[in-house]
Design a protein around this ligand. Structure first.
Ligand code: ADP
Ligand code: LRH
Length: 491
């Protein structure tokens, strides 16, 4: 049995998995919420609280294994990208890690670009410009002397094993990684005045990081010799590894807090057109390139729900708000063709008052959006589907990779309305699921490292396809003139 620690920006889980021929059995042993915490006007992740949950999850995994008369072969860790903590020589954290939703990254963008232009940066790192990319956050640090920067999954791994490494798929989201060489971009560190040893050395998915510290083993009931294996520690890299694609010509959407929309390539696309379209070349498992865009995600919906819940609580009727499924059902009954927003806009990154911001954005383009939650949810979901379609079309044009089918994985794959509207907007079939693709990708890489799963990504994906049949959404028939301009495959 393998254990996946998988923490997204809105929730985390610890999952135990068993892999066999055509078998990928998952058992969620621990689930917990995640979210930014505000402290003196800044936004952070409460790593101590997350570690409490990770340890509780590992203890639950140990109990599960005992009950099943099995042993835990290894542990893999993945989380959201970009963010890091600074540790001193003893491994102690300076402060809670900042969240990418904090305003400090955007504030440092111009200063970084004074040292390296956006064009120079893209030529090396091939990374989508997001104002919260690690390099902008690092530019705000006052004291890096004697400190090492550790990305969140690497930080959790450090706390479990005492070993410091930087997993390569997540390193590729820092802006300080060479997309062609697959190594740290030493010259970028130098140009920005950052110590070249700021991050620990790289480790690749499938390599063993270390074994549990005795204290961790004692606290969780796991064996002290249990290895922690590097997986695609960037959650999106693990999710893409587990996309159950049967053929080469697919696009994927990892749909959760964010939507990561793109194709898999074997070499980065570093053209000016790609930079201007703001596509990223993140590193995937097995040195693949995740050629994608970070498109706005279901954060727009969860954050809107948080506002409505708050409003209901303030009005003294905390139960008078609709839950997710009821909201989506109500939104499905709303008419098509209402106002759309640009879900990619950076104005939605920060928390707070989401429905008002959405209505203001619609208003700013001359439209009007009702305050009814169903209308707002319809606007969000339809805008997401439109952005998915636009992004896939661009990915095909910029990379030359044809697309015949779209796989949606992650929490958003359960959203019927989103899946159907995506099929309609793209004119392509959508295959939805699995929900827990990220944990599956995490576990499959561990199983392969143990010699218990196929060597190729295609082989790993065929296990997922056999174990988790997708739900298929066909695009609504288009009018004849429209259909003629939208052939079955995008090439
Ligand atoms: P992350 O890993 O980024 O935290 P997830 O992949 O867990 O995100 O996806 C979370 C999102 O999935 C939620 O914001 C919600 O919109 C959606 N979701 C979760 N459960 C369901 C469901 N039963 N039906 C439709 N959507 C769902
Ligand atoms: C998704 C994700 C995404 C990043 C964002 C910060 O969870 O890792 O790939 O762009 O979080």
């Amino acid at each position: 049995m393998y254990v996946a620690v998988d923490i997204g920006a809105s929730s985390g889980r610890v999952i135990v998995g068993r892999i066999g021929e055509g078998v990928a059995e998952l058992h969620v042993v621990h689930r917990f919420p995640n979210g930014v915490v505000e402290h003196r006007g800044s936004l952070y992740w409460d790593l101590d609280a997350l570690m409490v949950q990770v340890l509780a999850g590992l203890a639950a995994a140990a109990e599960h294994a005992v009950a099943a008369s099995a042993t835990i072969s290894s542990i893999g860790i993945d989380t959201w990208a970009v963010d890091y903590g600074l540790v001193d020589a003893s491994g102690r954290l300076d402060s809670m890690p900042f969240s990418y939703r904090d305003s400090r990254g955007p504030a440092a963008v111009d200063a970084v670009h004074d040292h390296i232009s956006p064009g120079q940066l893209y030529a090396t790192n091939g990374l989508q410009h997001l104002p919260f990319n690690t390099l902008y956050q690092l530019a705000t640090e006052k004291n890096l002397a004697g400190r090492q920067a550790m990305l969140i999954p690497d930080l959790i791994a450090l706390k479990l094993t005492g070993v410091r490494r930087s997993e390569v798929t997540n390193a590729s989201t820092t802006g300080l990684f060479d997309a062609v060489a697959g190594e740290w971009a030493t010259e970028s560190f130098q140009a920005l005045g950052l110590p070249t040893g700021l991050f620990p050395p790289l480790i690749r998915p499938g390599e063993t990081l270390g074994t549990l510290l005795p204290a961790v083993a004692a606290q969780t009931g796991l064996a002290a010799a249990t290895p922690v294996v590097a997986v695609g520690s960037h959650d999106t890299a693990s999710a893409v590894a587990a996309v159950p694609a049967a053929k080469r010509n697919f696009a994927y959407i990892s749909s959760g807090t964010w939507s990561l929309v793109g194709v898999e390539l074997h070499a980065p696309v570093l053209t000016e057109a790609s930079r201007l379209a703001n596509f990223t070349n993140e590193r995937g498992v097995d040195s693949t390139v995740r050629y994608l865009r970070n498109v706005g995600g279901l954060w727009l919906l969860s954050e809107s729900m948080r506002s409505w819940e708050q409003e209901a609580a303030d009005a003294g009727s905390p139960t008078q708000h609709l839950g997710l499924l009821a909201l989506l059902a109500a939104a499905a009954k709303e008419p098509t063709g209402g106002p759309l927003i640009d879900v990619d806009s950076t104005e939605y990154i920060a928390p707070g008052n989401m429905p008002e911001r959405i209505r203001a954005a619609v208003g700013a383009t001359g439209g009007a959006l009702e305050t009814r939650p169903a209308a707002v949810v319809r606007c969000i979901v339809e805008s997401l589907a439109a952005a998915y379609a636009r992004t896939i079309r661009q990915a095909v044009e910029l990379s030359g990779q044809p697309v015949e089918v779209i796989h949606i994985v992650g929490g958003g794959s359960q959203n019927d309305l989103l899946c159907q509207l995506t099929a309609d907007a793209t004119g392509l079939p959508v295959l939805a699921g699995p929900v827990e693709a990220t944990a599956l990708g995490n576990i499959l890489i561990q199983a392969r490292a143990a010699g218990a799963a196929p060597a190729t990504l295609a082989g790993l994906r065929s296990i997922v396809a056999a174990a988790y049949p997708c739900l298929r959404y066909e695009p609504a028939p288009r009018q004849v003139t429209d259909a003629a301009q939208n052939p079955d495959s995008l090439e």
